[in-house]
Design a binder for this molecule. Structure first.
Ligand code: PMP
Length: 406
């Protein structure tokens, strides 16, 4: 039976049991990048010690081992997303590269006057690639409005979805606000109008498991490093029919069927999109992270995460002048905030002196900062290995800063 015991879990993450600036580390910057369990470190170490070779070049045993581990990892990601086939799982460097790949691949479908719907709460990774493609094709990027609470304005969505809309590219979870967007009805409405959908799952997958078939989206993307896996790799789920239609993103080895100076043809899916030697050890590490998560009681984990956010919300009133940015009804444990009279970057520095790591700044979401009229926010983002005691330490730290500096 699967269990969820936060104290036991913390033992699985070696980086957490250290002191920073003379204080026990309280790591609350998981939204930027999460820490890795020993199982991930071991899997990558074992891969390099026992299996490493290039993949898909089969003439020898190590090549077979590496290929088996690499393709096994693809199957693990397929199962994690509940995609129908490993042909629909493309390795990328991360969310950013995945979105660039899709934007580039859909460009041939776009023409002057077409519209790409995004939202006002997107990360730059889900804005800029579309702007670049819009520039090339004459299409336009249109943002769906956000409410002051940090929810998607559904009336804005309905009014903006029209017969010029070609693509809906939207985040599942906001990295700044923690808002969980109601993507199922959005996808459903978009599909009815023949609009393609891309979901940015970067901040969703660390907290819950999506089901791409149930959602019915065309593309779903995420980064390994936020999902307790290594940096340098991520995945793109794409519906096979669309991936077949899309041109390759990069050219080189692996992605071809046959090359001649007269004519080159492409490899089958997913290899058509995987030019060059891939991040093999990283794929193995990501699969180990997913296996690790699969061994936890996910319902208990989600309940524990909600309890962390609830405790944080309760403690806000203990810090004079503190207010939360983003009070959506459905949130993952991410808390952006400001404190009157204090600059976010000073809050970050002063917390760091107490061993508490948060992130401050615009969080790669400048349009959202403009919407709230702030240069940046301070953001605490929790993971399942954080404790109630750590939430309390954050607030004790904030109380201290507020007393000393305002
Ligand atoms: N989208 C969202 C919602 C994110 O939070 C992030 C990372 N902060 C990205 C995209 C980009 O991810 P990466 O830098 O791993 O490509």
């Amino acid at each position: 039976t699967k269990t969820f015991d936060v104290n036991a879990i913390r033992q699985d993450f070696p980086i957490l049991s250290q002191e920073v600036n003379g204080k026990p580390l309280v790591y609350l910057d998981n939204g930027a990048s999460a820490q890795k369990p020993q199982a991930v470190l071991d899997a990558m170490d074992r891969y390099y010690r026992e299996m490493h070779s290039n993949v898909h070049r089969g003439a020898h045993t190590l090549g077979d081992r590496a290929t088996t581990a690499f393709e096994g990892a693809r199957e693990t990601v397929r199962a994690f997303l509940n995609a129908g086939s490993t042909r629909e799982i493309v390795w990328t460097r991360g969310t950013t590269e995945a979105i660039n790949l899709v934007a580039n691949g859909l460009a041939p479908r776009l023409k002057e006057g077409d519209e790409i719907l995004v939202s006002h709460m997107e990360h730059h990774a889900n804005i800029v690639p579309w702007q670049m493609i819009a520039e090339r094709t004459g299409a336009k990027v249109v943002p769906i409005q956000v409410t002051p609470e940090g929810e998607l304005d559904m009336a804005s969505f309905t009014s903006l979805l029209n017969d010029r809309t070609r693509i809906l590219a939207i985040t599942h979870v906001s990295n700044v606000l923690g808002t969980v967007n109601p993507i199922a009805p959005l996808i459903e409405q978009a599909k009815k109008q023949g609009v393609l959908t891309l979901i940015d799952g970067a901040q969703a997958v660390p907290h819950f498991q999506p089901d791409v078939q149930a959602l019915g989206c065309d593309f779903y993307v995420f980064s390994s490093h936020k999902l307790f896996g290594p940096t340098g790799i991520g995945a793109l789920y794409g519906r096979a029919e669309l991936l077949e239609e899309m041109p390759p993103y990069q050219g080189g080895g692996e992605m071809i069927e046959r090359v001649s100076f007269e004519r080159t043809t492409w490899n089958v899916l997913p290899y058509k999109f995987e030019a060059g030697t891939p991040a093999i050890a990283e794929a193995v590490g990501l699969a180990a992270a997913i296996d690790y998560l699969n061994n936890l009681d996910r319902a208990a984990m989600e309940a524990a995460e909600s309890a962390l956010l609830q405790r944080a919300n309760e403690l806000v009133e203990t810090v004079p002048g503190m207010s939360i940015i983003g009070t959506a009804r459905r949130k993952v444990p991410v808390m952006s905030f400001k404190i009157e009279g204090l600059h976010p970057s000073d809050i970050g520095t002063l917390l760091d002196q107490q061993g508490i790591a948060i992130r401050t700044g615009h969080h790669c979401a400048m349009p959202l900062m403009d919407f709230y009229g702030v240069p940046g926010t301070a953001r605490a983002s929790f993971a399942f290995y954080n404790t109630q005691q750590e939430v309390e330490k954050l607030f004790t730290g904030l109380q201290k800063i507020q007393r000393l500096f305002t």
